[in-house]
Design a protein around this ligand. Structure first.
Ligand SMILES: Cc1cc2nc3c(=O)[nH]c(=O)nc-3n(C[C@H](O)[C@H](O)[C@H](O)COP(=O)(O)OP(=O)(O)OC[C@H]3O[C@@H](n4cnc5c(N)ncnc54)[C@H](O)[C@@H]3O)c2cc1C
Length: 409
């Protein structure tokens, strides 16, 4: 180990790339080793026959403080979802607008059957509550209860929980029981209240690409799976050795007992000649026993996500899939038929099952002490699993580790 050796980062996900971004801005020499053939880790986009397919439905919340520090939003050419949601339920389809950020939608939503007047007033109160708290305060709450318990205790009715909270936050937490601890719910509510949900014109992959653009291409070694490390060097599966001055392990995969359990999800992409509905808002499945949880007409957000004359529909099925013999594709089409125009025309473009989507965590946090991420002499770890499952958390852990290395000189 010599001080002239680079800082080696294992993993080019959002955490590893963000660490590299801060180190590079500080004039440090960095080398990233990434097992896959692409950067971005869980943030990845595939391009197929003119369609832009994110690997799992994922949005950037522009209010994320860590994203604001690093990303150039204008250069990302962001497309913004309309606040509120199209709800599918036993009474058909309705729109539930955001009463604070979208007054026009609120008038329409005043007649929505998906929530009572009391619920709408409570949403307004809750939004004001979360806006008044800072993020550290939210995650420092001593008692962390499940989101579902919190919603019931806050006074929300079954009606809005079933039609809105379960599918909306089920789509974000990738579990519909809403067992995720309530600071995550409050944090996400705050982020929605203070910013927009967006996707770059080129797909989510543009986010890691933009961060990585500060590094020369040769500093990121793709298809390089690390199999061993010690306090002097790292070794890949081709027996290449890399000396380092500092080592950042930006994946839990290599750490003994470090790997959490994960929420799983399946993503289906369909093409269609017709728009299932016209609104640029996420569609929520308020029928508790249905397979799919949420869908989005991606071409309502940005027409360039599909070839001309075609629509792109993204459908999320979180959790384990099991539907009495029906193929998941047919099940989704059958369920959507009740709410969307002409699902007979839907053609499956691709399906992704993501086994390790979001970490299941017993305690959520928003910050770390150096002791939490220093795991050996000049060896550190980072990744969303240390705080909470979000882009913001992954980026924050990368920043904290980089700042510690910079501080040490
Ligand atoms: C379907 C889905 C939807 C999501 N939705 C949202 C959302 O809407 N908003 C939001 O904020 N967050 C969302 N997230 C979460 C967000 O994507 C993650 O929190 C974040 O990307 C995690 O980044 P990371 O760097 O910690 O981990 P990862 O992205 O997992 O990065 C780890 C990297 O390490 C590499 N690696 C592993 N082992 C090795 C090895 N041995 N050698 C070399 N490299 C290795 C991996 O290939 C990977 O590139 C979603 C995630 C998924 C999957």
């Amino acid at each position: 180990m010599a001080s002239s050796d680079p800082i080696v980062i294992i993993g080019a996900g959002m955490a590893g790339l963000t660490a590299a971004w801060y180190l590079k801005k500080n004039g440090r020499n960095v080398r990233i080793l990434e097992a896959k053939k692409h950067i971005g880790g869980r943030v990845h986009t595939e391009f197929k026959n003119g369609f832009t397919l994110d690997r799992g439905f994922q949005v950037l919340l522009t209010a994320y403080p860590e994203a604001q520090r690093v990303l150039d939003y204008e250069a990302l050419k962001l497309n913004t979802f309309e606040p509120g949601a199209v709800i599918f339920g036993d009474k058909g389809r309705t729109f539930l607008g955001d009463p604070i950020r979208y007054p026009k939608g609120a008038i329409q939503s005043a007649f929505s059957w998906a929530a009572s007047l009391k619920d709408k007033l409570l949403v307004r109160r809750l939004t004001n509550d979360v806006k008044a708290m800072d993020i550290d305060e939210i995650f420092a709450l001593k008692t962390q209860i499940t989101t579902i318990k919190y919603l019931v205790e806050y006074g929300f009715s079954d009606k809005i929980i079933t039609h809105f909270f379960r599918p909306f936050f089920g789509g974000i937490f990738l579990e519909r029981s809403l067992d995720t601890l309530h600071p995550m719910f409050l944090f996400v509510m705050k982020m929605f209240a203070e910013g927009d949900a967006v996707i770059p014109e080129g797909g989510m992959t543009e986010i890691p690409k933009q961060i990585a653009s500060v590094l020369p291409k040769e500093d990121i070694l793709l298809n390089t799976k690390v199999v061993h490390y010690n306090d002097k060097y790292v070794e890949d599966d081709n027996n290449n050795k890399y000396n380092f001055s500092h080592l950042i392990i930006a994946t839990p995969a290599l750490l003994e007992n470090g790997k959490p359990e994960y929420q799983k999800t399946t993503q289906l992409y369909f093409s269609s000649k017709l728009k299932p509905y016209n609104r640029n808002a996420i569609g929520l499945n308020g029928m508790p026993n249905n397979a799919f949880n949420n869908l989005a007409v991606m071409t309502n957000l940005h027409s360039g996500f599909a070839p001309e004359g075609q629509e792109l529909i993204s459908v999320s099925v979180p959790g384990k899939i099991s539907f009495g013999g029906l193929k998941i594709k047919d099940q989704v089409i059958q369920e959507a038929l009740a709410y969307c125009r002409n699902t007979h025309d839907w053609t499956l473009i691709d399906k992704y099952t993501i086994k390790e989507a979001l970490p299941k965590l017993d305690r959520l946090r928003n910050t770390l002490d150096p002791d939490d991420f220093t795991i050996g002499k000049n060896t550190y770890r980072c990744g969303d699993y240390l705080l909470n499952g979000s882009l913001n958390a992954a980026m924050k852990t990368g920043r904290l580790v980089a700042e510690e290395i910079i501080r040490k000189g």
